[in-house]
Design a protein around this ligand. Sequence first.
Ligand code: F6P
Length: 557
Amino acid sequence: MAAPSHDPTSTAAWSALLAHRDATTPDLRGWFDADPGRAERLTMDVADLHVDLSKNLVTDETLALLRDLAEQTGVTDRLQAMFAGEHINVTEDRAVLHTALRRPAGLDPLTVDGQDVDADVQAELAKVYEFARAVRSGEWTGATGQRITTVVNIGIGGSDLGPVMAYEALQAHRQAGLTCRFVSNIDPTDLAETTADLDPASTLFIVASKTFGTLETLTNARLARQWMWDGLAGEIEDSDAGRREAVARHFVAVSTALDKVADFGIDPDNAFGFWDWVGGRYSVDSAIGTSLAVAIGPERFAEFLAGFHAVDEHVRTTPLERNVPLLMGLLNVWYVNFLGAHTHAVLPYSQYLHRFPAYLQQLTMESNGKSVRWDGQPVTCDTGEVFWGEPGTNGQHAFYQLIHQGTRLIPADFVAFATPQHALTDGDTDVHALFMANFFAQTKALAFGKTAEEVRAEGTAEDVVPARVFPGNRPTTSIMAESLTPSVLGQLIALYEHITFAEGAVWGIDSFDQWGVELGKQLALQIAPALTGDDDALQSQDPSTKGLIGWYLAHRA
Ligand code: F6P
């Protein structure tokens, strides 16, 4: 049965928001002056996250209209449907249950499509934890009996970005003497450089692929297997059995397709599973996070999951007025559809979070980069934003100029932590405090700017006054936590998962499929023979592609 029509632009709230937009001039200075309670009213806590929404370009009326839009587009009903395991991923006819991955043991059982979801999740987690403990303790050794000192995760997209981002973020919590590396790109440079200084005898590979059919991952896994066999030649038995035994000690897999794992030669006993109701970009909290579990240990990984769950409970039970993820999603809709924003910056004031913007790119853009709704109709409004960012303060010296004084509206989320992992001082100066001063200064400058009068008052020559004016009214959200613990990282990820959900629910798009990545994959497979001598494959290309391939063939060494 076709889904009922879902056109957000035909709701009364959408029309009211358009009229409200036309009647409202953003004025953060004026709004703060006139309303001393604004900051306190618009600052909300979700679990351990302290979120200040007050520097956004909204009034109480804007927020009320956005809540009307959420109600008229059924956002909370859809959220409850997701938690209950309904098949809200309509184009793949699947439940969307990443929230089940972090449900603590002992809740009322969740049964979906006949599956006891909680039992399966707990059983798989127990396997991951047992493996993590064995590697960390040295009980798990390589084929020559050496302790494992490096774990290399081979995966791409959701099977890479989550694990690498979380590993980098939680460096301070990893076991000394045990490091993780990550290979994703089919550019052979990636595997070659990543393994260049490694000893195969003490290296363990985790081949992470939901489908176990991804070209990049399987190619890299085969290269890694050959690298391991070559490196251990003379130390392992030179026979099929010897090579199989070496694979068993140096390769484990994570996948929903355990049959394909076995075909690759990895013992199913060394494979960790998950389920089709976990999207790749929502999977870092499944067995896909095994590298992280090894690095930080089962207890810390459990804290990581508990962080997700705390935000799940907030989003599931908190009324819209104080529901931080849903409000942040609605703010994004406001900027995209009513104020014309095309991009959204995420600016972590934490070097540990340097891969967080890249992680969010897949989460948000693969989820909401859609132009057809779940009812099968073309969308009638813009969807999705280009998410991007770099850690502060590096970004300040690179692209903040455009955010402060450019012509584009770029809403930005600033993320920071009160307590650093490294409390260094420069003479008498607390360096983290200096760092935080930058965090506070930037959102203040973006919100309130600097008027021509203020510039003149500094004695600036009149002809350069216009260039030195900061218009302000550049929207930001500040997100703070005490420190970057595993739980807080889980909370941050879940926050953005639910922001992404809220946007997609308003727009009426299936945030959980990703058909847009398929065409390029198909064409790459069709083009590959043209690069290795198949003239028919070459001649069948369009003139531009044929020309480019011809140039490549003529110039490659
Ligand atoms: O091509 C996109 C994609 O399907 C992502 O959604 C996914 O995270 C990635 O490829 C990797 O897929 P897999 O985990 O199946 O190897």
